[in-house]
Ligand binder design. Structure first.
Ligand code: HEC
Ligand code: HEC
Ligand code: HEC
Ligand code: HEC
Length: 263
């Protein structure tokens, strides 16, 4: 179903096919989102930042040729930031990634959202590396500014590039009685929310595990977000019920995919 939809989108707008790639991620119609940067999609319904003349949709992130190996047929120029300030607290058991450098899908998002590279900077349009001309209020020199531009200081953002192993899970349970507001990890997590990372979980001092299991997957930006989804804020969770005051509770649904209250 998802696969068909995504294929249909690619075919309809005459872009290209991803020969050999597994169509497991990516749901819904990206054309109805803020990630539709095509000149013709502009304003319909919500685009602020968009190309001045380029009418392709996928090209800002993917290309069938001359792609970077950082992500699936990845076309967008990667950030030159070599180290980020990442979330860290005394109760966080996960280690920081080597050199404070995130990995995996998170670097794909940061290639635009840390504000280092122009939104239009790509490896290949018609055989040439170029910077597609863009317009929009939250741009400066073609680079993202404003509330969706995070820079390199991510210590106020949910940890990313961390592995969720059984060892971490058991240590979070051990932590339960020691914390004022205690949350542990769900026993089973939907695999769609678990994304590849090379940052292996090693228990901090005072915590041990019988076996240090390494599934190689955990939290990335793409755990919570799907860059193609028409859901609010590109979140992976679909519509949620509202609370008694009428507020959306998408994020509660999302957080409970991985976290659960102690005991
Ligand atoms: C704003 C950036 C962006 C745009 C535009 C975009 N994608 Fe993606 N796409 C991503 C990211 C990031 C990933 C990797 C993370 C993920 O799989 O969720 C991805 C992954 C994919 C994958 C691989 C899924 C997998 O399981 O490996 C396919 C296929 C794909 N996109 C198709 C498309 C098509 C077709 C379009 C145009 C209609 C498109 N994308 C437009 C960002 C984008
Ligand atoms: C090609 C550049 C590019 C890539 C890659 C990209 N984004 Fe974006 N994203 C943008 C731009 C531009 C906007 C619109 C910002 C604005 O209007 O101020 C945006 C908007 C958003 C928003 C706000 C949506 C809203 O409704 O306000 C979220 C959330 C977001 N992106 C998450 C992600 C995540 C997560 C990834 C990786 C999976 C990603 N983006 C990859 C360029 C990108
Ligand atoms: C633990 C889940 C989670 C992770 C991981 C996550 N986000 Fe988000 N993100 C959210 C939620 C929930 C919202 C909507 C609530 C809000 O507005 O802050 C959001 C909002 C955003 C926004 C809109 C601006 C804002 O601050 O609200 C952007 C842009 C964004 N995320 C990008 C990213 C990028 C880039 C990464 C990786 C570096 C990332 N997100 C990692 C859950 C997550
Ligand atoms: C894909 C799984 C996943 C999702 C979804 C997720 N988290 Fe997390 N979260 C984790 C993991 C793993 C840790 C790291 C735990 C550790 O290392 O101690 C973490 C850490 C945290 C921490 C830091 C705890 C500390 O000790 O400093 C907070 C707070 C948090 N998450 C809140 C949230 C909220 C709020 C949401 C929903 C918006 C959310 N999380 C969604 C997996 C997730």
């Amino acid at each position: 179903m998802k696969r068909g939809l995504l294929l249909a989108v690619a075919v309809c707008i005459g872009i290209f096919s991803f020969g050999g790639l597994v169509f497991s991620a990516g749901s819904g119609d990206i054309r109805k989102t803020k990630h539709n940067f095509s000149a013709t999609g502009a304003g319909s319904p919500i685009q602020n930042i968009h190309a001045t003349t380029e009418t392709q949709v996928c090209v800002f992130c993917h290309t069938p040729h001359r792609a970077l190996t950082n992500g699936p047929l990845w076309n967008h120029s990667m950030s030159t930031v070599k180290s980020y300030t990442l979330y860290h607290t005394s109760t966080l058991l996960s280690p920081l990634p080597a050199g404070n450098m995130p990995d995996g899908d998170s670097l794909l998002c940061l290639s635009c959202h840390d504000g280092d590279q122009p939104i239009g900077a790509v490896q290949n349009v018609g055989g040439l590396a170029t910077t597609i001309s863009m317009t929009g209020t939250n741009l400066s020199g073609g680079k993202l500014i404003g509330p969706t531009s995070f820079g390199s200081i991510l210590d106020g953002h949910h940890p990313i590039s961390i592995e969720i192993s059984d060892c971490l899970r058991s240590n979070k349970t051990t932590e339960c009685p020691t914390l004022p507001i205690a949350w542990k990890l769900q026993a089973v997590i939907d695999p769609d929310y678990l994304k590849a990372t090379a940052n292996r979980y090693t228990p901090p001092i005072g915590y041990t595990c019988a076996t240090a299991d390494h599934p190689g997957t955990g939290v990335q930006c793409s755990s919570c977000h799907d860059a193609h989804s028409p859901n609010w804020m590109f979140l992976r969770v679909p519509d949620s019920p509202t609370d008694p005051w009428g507020n959306r509770i998408y994020s509660d649904t999302l957080c409970l995919k991985c976290h659960v209250a102690c005991p």
